[in-house]
Design a protein around this ligand. Structure first.
Ligand code: SAM
Ligand code: SF4
Ligand code: SF4
Length: 297
């Protein structure tokens, strides 16, 4: 089964550094920070936008929010300087699918930069609604963050979700989120999109549950990326996993889903080779942060 997937997605593993760690030193990617809003409240997630975040190297951080109208010039400059960039992704800093700007950006990418692999990451709540639209926009790789497939566990990680005009808390919200993640990933698989499942390993909450997540997505996902908790926000007092814990869990989950082991937990505005840890900075001075009131928490 895993070998079948490898050959099916060979066109992805030959160009995408986050689907093939061997490319980390050769092929670059750019994250376009166009999606500030989020529709769920993960207890570990703190988004930081602006000058004060320039030194922080973690997900959810961006020097500024870029407007879709700025993407074309930004990429033209960038690709001239860094022709090794082959992937353009949207990794928030909020949830890609909860921001119309994501779709506007994908239109720009499809029309003006058809050779870049289009990629995005999402919590998956809106995937059943948008999987087909993403496939039509030529998105080839989607990362879905799934931290639990049991509502009792998920409810300890996500305080609430906002879905179809209503806020759902606790296990009720967790159940909707999980259902949509599973249904959404299935739909993406039907459209031949290569799905990466991100799972934040929170030792005190989901350590014994990770293999269950891998089993759940064995058929429809391509690769699993178990990443360590960076203790912050409402989880600042929880411990991060040890290297041995991560490594053992990956070895066990590997039986069900191929494990990606080189994630650098990049910022929403990361650019260049993954190993360079570069992000937007100098260029940010020319652009404005806008609409900060949109942030959910
Ligand atoms: C900031 S999110 C943006 C994309 C989308 N909203 C999502 O959650 O997949 C990108 C990734 O960072 C992870 N992340 C955010 N805060 C984190 C933390 N404190 N520790 C570890 N991973 C974190 C998320 O779980 C997700 O996999
Ligand atoms: S879904 Fe992503 S952006 Fe939203 S709170 Fe969770 S980690 Fe943060
Ligand atoms: S966060 Fe991980 S998967 Fe995403 S670009 Fe960075 S290394 Fe790749």
């Amino acid at each position: 089964m895993k070998e079948d997937k490898m050959s099916k997605f060979a066109h992805i593993t030959s160009v995408h550094p986050c689907y093939n760690e061997k490319l980390h030193h050769k092929i670059g990617r750019v994250h376009l920070p166009v999606a500030p809003k989020c529709n769920i409240a993960c207890r570990f997630c703190k988004r930081s936008i602006g000058d004060e975040s320039v030194c922080e190297d973690r997900p959810g951080v961006s020097h500024h929010i870029m407007k879709p109208a700025e993407v074309e010039n930004y990429l033209n400059d960038l690709l001239e300087k860094s022709p090794n960039i082959k992937v353009a992704g949207i990794a928030g800093p909020g949830d890609s699918l909860f921001n119309e700007e994501t779709f506007e950006t994908l239109e720009v990418l499809k029309e003006k930069f058809p050779d870049l692999v289009r990629c995005l990451s999402t919590n998956g709540l809106l995937l059943p609604k948008y999987a087909e639209r993403l496939a039509e926009l030529g998105v080839k790789t989607v990362t879905v963050t799934v931290n639990a497939v049991d509502p009792k566990i998920q409810a300890q990680i996500v305080d609430w979700i906002y879905y179809e005009g209503k806020v759902y808390r606790g296990e009720e919200g967790a159940e909707i989120l999980i259902k949509n993640q599973i249904e959404g990933v299935k739909k993406l698989a039907e459209f031949d999109v290569a799905v990466k499942i991100n799972t934040v390993l929170i030792p005190e909450i989901n350590m014994d549950h990770i293999v269950e997540i891998a089993k759940t997505f064995e058929k429809d996902a391509f690769v699993h990326n178990v990443i360590p908790l960076i203790p912050m926000y409402k989880m600042e007092n929880l411990r991060k996993p040890t290297c041995d814990e991560i490594s053992n869990i990956r070895d066990t989950a590997e039986e069900y889903l191929h494990q990606f082991r080189a994630c650098q937990q990049c910022r929403a505005d990361a650019v260049g080779l993954v190993t360079e840890h570069k992000h937007l900075e100098e260029k940010g001075k020319e652009l404005n942060i806008y609409d900060l009131k949109h942030f959910s928490h």
